[in-house]
Ligand binder design. Structure first.
Ligand code: SF4
Ligand code: SF4
Length: 350
């Protein structure tokens, strides 16, 4: 019974060369497909996950008292709706690229979906394969996975979505004091670059938590705070009043039997043991899990940080976090600038 839609899928894919293959349907891929579709190009949008939207679809609105804080989360749903209503764009979820051969200027593609291999061809390829959040379990000193009181910021979003307030997983206790650890997986020997988005992301979550739980005591352990919005300089004074900022990154997070976490920090020249009910890790951006494979298939080079280095002269473009860390607004801005080169390349076919 399942064969018929698969056969239809295969035939419709192979019927004609697509103007553009877009790989990845996070915010960058959606915005790219949306704009190209609106310009009248035939777009095949391939996403390896079962759903569209990527990481950004997991973020919730962080508006405060009904005032937008420009987190960009709602832009994903908007782009998704426009993609799904545009007949020029065909989204294929659960699909990965197995291989690609050049035949003249055409890209002859081998794709797999639900175990069925199929073929398609495209005039240009845009890699929007996104990023992978740093996995904190690979850094032993963070004790991630050893205590319910050590969470990633994304896990906190999940708790807020399900409970409407921050609770410690397992015990469901309401925490009184929490801290954010910034630069987890960034600006270290492994990844020397700044992930650019996690300062703004953490401060927006902290603001949201403070508005939901005004008694919550929030501390940031940080190196530098990256500015992230036009109004940030004005907001910074207010932010400093609301939260405690300790300019150092803790060497170790130590889970205690009562569920609290101990952190040793040097305060006014004296090393002190500080206790927190919950620790939130601001994990950075790393290259996506399929980046090496895509780089090999499309003969792309990587930059010094391990992200894609675009080679648009070959008809292969890369946009968004595929080329390095950036936030939702910057991904969209890059698409709007970068599509000029894609359109120019495609015009040569007409
Ligand atoms: S940009 Fe963010 S804060 Fe503003 S409305 Fe959209 S989701 Fe809410
Ligand atoms: S954005 Fe902030 S938390 Fe993230 S790596 Fe840069 S300085 Fe660190």
């Amino acid at each position: 019974m399942l064969l018929r839609p698969k056969i239809f899928w295969r035939k419709s894919l192979e019927a004609k060369p697509w103007d553009v293959l877009v790989v990845g349907a996070g915010i960058t891929g959606l915005e790219t497909a949306k704009l190209l579709g609106e310009m009248g190009f035939d777009v095949l949008l391939v996403e390896k996950k079962p759903q569209l939207g990527g990481h950004a679809a997991l973020y919730q609105c962080k508006a405060l008292d009904g005032k937008c804080v420009e987190c960009g989360a709602c832009l994903v749903g908007d782009a998704q709706r426009k993609v799904l209503s545009n007949k020029k764009v065909v989204p294929m979820t659960g699909t990965t690229i197995l291989n690609c051969q050049r035949e003249g200027n055409l890209f002859k593609l081998e794709l797999v979906r639900e175990g069925v291999v199929s073929f398609a061809s495209a005039k240009a390829v845009i890699l929007c394969n996104g990023f992978r959040p740093f996995d904190p379990s690979t850094q032993k000193n963070l004790s991630y996975g050893k205590s319910n009181s050590i969470l990633t910021a994304l896990e906190v979003e999940d708790i807020l979505r399900n409970n409407g307030k921050l609770l410690r997983p397992g015990s469901h206790e309401v925490p009184k004091s929490i801290c954010f650890i910034q630069c987890v997986g960034s600006r270290n020997e492994r990844n020397i670059y700044c992930s650019r988005v996690c300062c703004g992301y953490a401060i927006r979550i902290a603001n949201l938590l403070k508005s939901l739980q005004p008694d919550l005591d929030i501390t940031f352990f940080y190196m530098d705070i990256q500015t992230f919005s036009r109004s940030f300089v004005d907001d910074w004074a207010k932010i400093r009043e609301k939260f405690t900022f300790i300019r150092q990154i803790p060497g170790e997070l130590i889970p205690n039997k009562d569920g609290t976490i101990s952190i040793y920090a040097k305060i006014d020249g004296v090393i002190k043991e500080l206790f927190y009910d919950l620790v939130i890790l601001s994990c950075g951006i790393t290259p996506s899990e399929d980046l090496d494979q895509l780089a090999q298939i499309f003969k792309m080079k990587k930059n010094k940080d391990g992200f894609l280095s675009p080679s648009p002269e070959n008809g292969v473009f890369a946009l968004g976090t595929a080329t390095g860390p950036k936030g939702i607004a910057d991904c969209i801005a890059e698409v709007r600038c970068g599509l000029g080169g894609v359109v120019e390349y495609l015009e040569a076919w007409r």
